[in-house]
Design a protein around this ligand. Structure first.
Ligand code: SF4
Ligand SMILES: [Zn+2]
Length: 128
């Protein structure tokens, strides 16, 4: 039987964790979940937290430190290790972009936006 390789964060002399002598498929479930036996093994493992953090930092696949890929993804999001899907930034009034937005909406641009447009024209090399 193939066994899982020893987690790379272990150093020489560290006790080999139980996962290293199990079937690798257990740690990489198709559905991205976690099997009960894996939860138990990780739960009792002295490396649970360093293992989890090691995998989070590298965005590893599979279960590490009792954490699933989904759990890891959320944790990375919370920790700012990945960006949330970008939100379109809305420029505030007083910018040329906001001036254009007023026009697109068929509104009379507000004073700050008119000021921004005037400034843009004043600085344009060939004011149209
Ligand atoms: S926490 Fe789980 S995956 Fe990590 S070393 Fe221990 S048994 Fe292996
Ligand atoms: Zn405005």
């Amino acid at each position: 039987m193939t066994t899982l390789s020893v987690p790379a964060f272990l150093r020489d002399g560290d006790t080999v964790p139980e996962c290293a002598s199990t079937d690798p498929d257990l740690w990489f479930p198709e559905n991205g979940g976690i099997r009960g036996v894996v939860r138990e093994i990780c739960g009792a493992c002295p490396y649970r937290l360093p293992c989890r953090d090691w995998a989070r930092a590298r965005d590893e696949r599979g279960v590490w430190g009792g954490e699933t890929e989904t759990g890891r993804r959320s944790a990375r999001l919370v920790a700012g290790l990945v960006r949330a899907p970008a939100q379109r930034e809305t420029k505030p009034c007083g910018t040329y972009a906001a001036y254009r937005r007023h026009l697109r909406k068929g509104e009379q641009p507000c004073r700050s936006c008119q000021g921004a447009e005037r400034a843009r024209r004043a600085h344009a090399p060939e004011a149209a």
